[in-house]
Design a protein around this ligand. Structure first.
Ligand code: SF4
Length: 288
């Protein structure tokens, strides 16, 4: 689909006050810090929030509420005649909507889908509201900390994938003529979220989405860094003493799956990312 790119100075009708119109029939992905914020706002634990209101191990909010006139179900956090029940903890996707965010060459770009501003389809009256620049809108949405979380978790995603690379390339597995590992990386890039969540298994889904980190939980960068260290420690405990090629293969596949699942939670295109990493591994001698 066509996308329209914006600068921070682009002026748009971004002052909509009809909270909730856009809480139906959407896909809202979550990173672990966002899941934590939602649970805090709901005054329950991240595990409780994940189990009650999320799909695929916590990477996506459930949309299982009442349907609108188009038959689209509302977000699990939407309350009739009230709006968002977790407004202060709402994730980045909700803060940006109807904008999307892309990182290119380490720079954030804001976009919307299509040639026409999306809100005009359902809420043409937004044209009568005062207009804001993209920068002003993001400030009003307090998106800053949530953007930092997103960017830091992209690094965590890469770091987990790096361990999968090590288990394939530095262990001697690729040099042994292995042809199975990249095939499974590719399959996981294409897998539906429920399939990938099942492949990863409960233990690693929990490490990924509900890590036992209580300190620095208000600071997204410190939280994500602590989470990164926690996952690295678990990988060391689990895969640090492997001996056989079959074990290296299984470890590499598992961690690549964890990284790709996180990629999906970050709203990234996990299929393209998997293809990119397969090409990189081949450049370093892995085969398929
Ligand atoms: S979290 Fe809140 S703002 Fe976001 S879709 Fe759900 S109800 Fe709407």
């Amino acid at each position: 689909m066509q996308t329209t790119k914006l600068s921070n100075q682009s002026i748009l009708p971004l002052t909509c006050s009809r909270a909730g119109t856009c809480c139906y029939g959407k896909v809202v992905n979550l990173n672990p810090w966002e899941l934590l914020n939602l649970s805090r706002e709901k005054k329950i634990t991240p595990k409780e929030f994940r189990d009650l209101y999320c799909e695929f191990g916590g990477i996506r909010l459930r949309f299982d509420g009442k349907a609108d006139t188009k038959g689209q179900q509302s977000c699990s956090q939407y309350v009739d005649n009230f709006g968002c029940s977790v407004h202060l903890g709402r994730p980045l996707a909700c803060r940006l909507f109807p904008l999307g965010r892309q990182i290119q060459n380490n720079e954030a770009h804001y976009i919307y889908q299509g040639a026409k501003f999306p809100c005009l389809t359902d809420c043409a009256e937004v044209l009568e509201l005062p207009k804001l620049s993209v920068g002003e809108y993001l400030k009003g949405q307090a998106a800053d900390q949530f953007e930092k979380a997103q960017d830091e978790y992209l690094k965590v995603m890469q770091n987990i994938a790096d361990i999968a690379f090590e288990l394939l390339l530095d262990s001697g597995l690729a040099a042994s003529g292995d042809r199975k590992t990249l095939k499974l990386w590719r399959e996981m890039g294409k897998a539906e979220p429920e399939v990938l969540a099942q492949k990863i298994g409960k233990e690693w889904i929990d490490y990924l989405m509900i890590p036992p980190i209580t300190e620095d939980s208000l600071n997204p960068i410190l939280f994500a860094q602590k989470h990164n260290n926690f996952i690295a420690q678990k990988a060391q405990e689990k895969f640090g003493a492997l001996k056989t090629n079959q074990e290296f293969h299984e470890g590499s596949v598992l961690l690549m799956g964890v990284s790709l699942h996180l990629a999906r939670g970050l709203g990234a295109d996990q299929k393209s990312i998997a293809e990119h990493w397969i090409a990189t591994a081949k450049n370093f001698g892995a085969g398929e």
